[in-house]
Design a protein around this ligand. Structure first.
Ligand SMILES: Nc1ncnc2c1ncn2[C@@H]1O[C@H](COP(=O)(O)OP(=O)(O)O)[C@@H](O)[C@H]1O
Ligand SMILES: [Mg+2]
Length: 281
């Protein structure tokens, strides 16, 4: 899968800036009916089915996920909100096939990921899913462009074209003028934007973001979230975002909680105001 040259989008449409994403989707559905904005159909993109993850063994065994199931539909933006230690990172790592479940399975486009097929796994990790780590994990001595180009080089691209695509992505995240700066010279917010460009440079269908605003101040957190929303929409991503920030989570299509290793679906606004119980989806 070759990454397309990213288009530049200057930001949110002012008329929708205060809507939740569900409201915006409804607005988009109406637009579709009028033929203005063809929306893509709903279909499962990434699924975790009955995921169980136990770390350690015998008396040291720690069950982090007991029976976690989640389905991300095409073009959905879903937030996962749960306390520290609840298993958010564990779940995201399983969904990205960066780790294997004790039992249960991951499905991409309705096909089970073959965990014993290294080539298929590598392709899935490198092409299907973009992963945004809480701590961006950039290589500080390499330039921003080199960091972003890295996933393309890992899958065997030539360096000139990889760097060219990387520069386009850096421009899209607002860092076109910092492409040749070493990553270690950039601010925390800028480094996280480089990490977003790196997560998306291969043109994945899915973005998994692990507390992408966790280390940022409030202003930078909002800017980061708005950037994620813009990229999500511009590139028709399917996104799952772990966050502690309920105000940001409430802007997603839906919020999922994680309690005792089981995922619970909650209605966004009620969750944000704490008025709902934790019924399973
Ligand atoms: N590799 C590991 N080995 C043992 N325990 C782990 C490992 N990774 C995470 N854990 C434990 O699993 C629990 C859930 O961790 P994590 O998924 O990082 O939660 P969250 O992202 O919600 O903070 C924590 O108690 C953590 O200490
Ligand atoms: Mg975590």
């Amino acid at each position: 899968m070759e990454s397309e040259a990213p288009g530049i989008d200057d930001g949110r449409h002012p008329a929708t800036s205060h809507m939740t994403r569900s409201e915006e989707n409804s607005a988009q559905d109406s637009a579709t009916a009028s033929g203005k904005n063809p929306a893509s159909g709903r279909s499962p993109v990434l699924e975790g089915r009955n995921l169980r993850k136990v770390y350690g063994a015998a008396e040291n065994a720690l069950t982090v996920l007991a029976d976690a199931s989640i389905t991300l539909q095409n073009s959905e933006m879903v937030a996962i909100v749960a306390p520290s230690g609840a298993g958010k990172s564990t779940l995201l790592h399983l969904l990205a096939a960066l780790d294997t479940p004790t039992s249960g399975a991951i499905y991409f486009e309705s096909k089970a990921i073959e965990t014993n097929n290294e080539a298929a796994l590598a392709k899935f990790r490198n092409c299907a899913v973009g992963f945004l780590w809480q701590r961006h994990q950039l290589l500080p001595d390499f330039t921003a462009a080199e960091n972003v180009a890295m996933p393309l080089l890992l899958r065997g691209g030539d360096s000139a074209s990889a760097l060219q695509v990387a520069r386009k992505w850096l421009a899209e995240v607002g860092l076109g003028n910092r492409a040749d700066h070493r990553a270690g010279e950039l601010s925390g917010g800028e480094q996280q934007r480089v990490a977003i460009a790196r997560a998306l440079v291969t043109g994945p269908r899915v973005l998994l973001a692990d507390e992408p605003t966790g280390d940022l101040d409030e202003q930078n957190a909002w800017a980061m979230f708005e950037l994620l929303e813009r990229l999500h929409r511009a590139h028709q991503l399917t996104s799952l975002i772990a966050t502690h920030n309920l105000a940001l989570a409430a802007r997603c299509d839906r919020i999922v909680g994680l309690e005792h290793g089981v995922l619970k679906t909650r209605e966004a606004t009620a969750f944000a105001t704490g008025t709902l119980g934790g019924e399973a989806s």
